[in-house]
Design a binder for this molecule. Structure first.
Ligand code: NAD
Length: 264
């Protein structure tokens, strides 16, 4: 079955460059026929994001820093003025100070804890509320998580706690917005080679380990995550909400690595 997104439009938040998961999702949604608007974080990223947006024939690109109410007020006011309503929103935003994606979780600072949870979790609640006001006919909200939410992944540290909060927020939002026909889901890819992914100490080893041990012997690709997002944003996902969908070659089902890959 080919999923069509023709006649649907949505906002993509979190493109930094062509390797961003948000960009992989945008390409898949575009191929399925959706109309797309984009946000970017600050002028430096605009220079990177604008050519990508133009390359797929889209035009609506709006600045949004999720730590600023004023920035989000302006971004959603602009979206409303341009389009009035939307059908879906993709939130692919996370941040922790890189120095705390190393060493012990026990040494997490209060400042970085609060900032990481603000950007990586609260921002989804905030944009979900704003986006839902633009979805009178229902819609779909998708965020990005990682299995460091429920298992200890070396050096993922405060981001693991942020993703646990984000997954709980996904369920609570699904319950609040479900009566209005708005679905809320999270995609949980395995490790991917992006700016955010590279910030975690040992990222290359984690990537290789997951690829070697995952049941499919493969890591997630931008198009695999994109395809899952198309399903969740489209009518094909009509009865799925509050869900965490893994796109990780099956790595999350493992209890331990394959013995033959472990040192004697
Ligand atoms: P990325 O660096 O390409 O994207 C992260 C985005 O967050 C950037 O576009 C950045 O501008 C944005 N951002 C950070 N702070 C912001 C702020 N204050 N306001 C607005 N935007 C802000 O990396 P990515 O890997 O594509 O990350 C996208 C999502 O996928 C994140 O939630 C990440 O945790 C999640 N994820 C990544 C992996 C991985 O291995 N790369 C695995 C699972 C989940």
């Amino acid at each position: 079955m080919t999923i069509s997104m023709a006649g649907k439009r949505g906002l993509i938040m979190g493109v930094a460059n062509e390797r961003s998961i948000a960009w992989g999702i945008a390409k898949s949604l575009n191929e399925a026929g959706a109309d797309l608007a984009f946000t970017y974080q600050g002028d430096q990223l605009r220079r990177r994001v604008e050519p990508l947006v133009t390359s797929i024939g889209k035009e609506l690109i709006i600045e949004a820093d999720v730590t600023s109410d004023a920035s989000l007020d302006a971004a959603f006011a602009e979206l409303k003025a341009q389009w009035g309503t939307i059908d879906f929103l993709v939130h692919a935003i996370a941040y922790s100070d890189k120095t705390e994606l190393a060493g012990r979780f026990a040494d997490t600072s209060r400042d970085n804890f609060l900032n990481s949870l603000n950007i990586s979790c609260y921002s989804f609640i905030d944009v979900a509320r704003r986006a839902s006001d633009l979805m009178p006919e229902g819609g779909s909200l998708v965020t990005l998580t990682y299995m460091g939410s429920r298992s200890v992944i070396p050096f993922y540290n405060v981001m693991g706690v942020a993703k646990a909060a984000l997954e709980a927020a996904t369920r609570y939002l699904a319950n609040d917005l479900g009566p209005r026909g708005i679905r809320v889901n999270a995609i949980s890819p395995g490790p991917m080679k992006t700016l955010a992914g590279a910030a975690v100490t040992g990222a290359r080893r984690t990537f290789k380990h997951a690829e070697t041990n995952a049941p499919l012997r493969a890591n997630a690709t931008l198009s695999a995550v994109g395809g899952t997002a198309v399903w969740l944003c489209s009518d094909a996902g009509a009865c799925t909400t509050g869900e965490i969908v893994h796109v990780d070659g099956g790595y999350h089902v493992l209890g331990m690595p394959r013995p033959e890959t472990m040192p004697n």
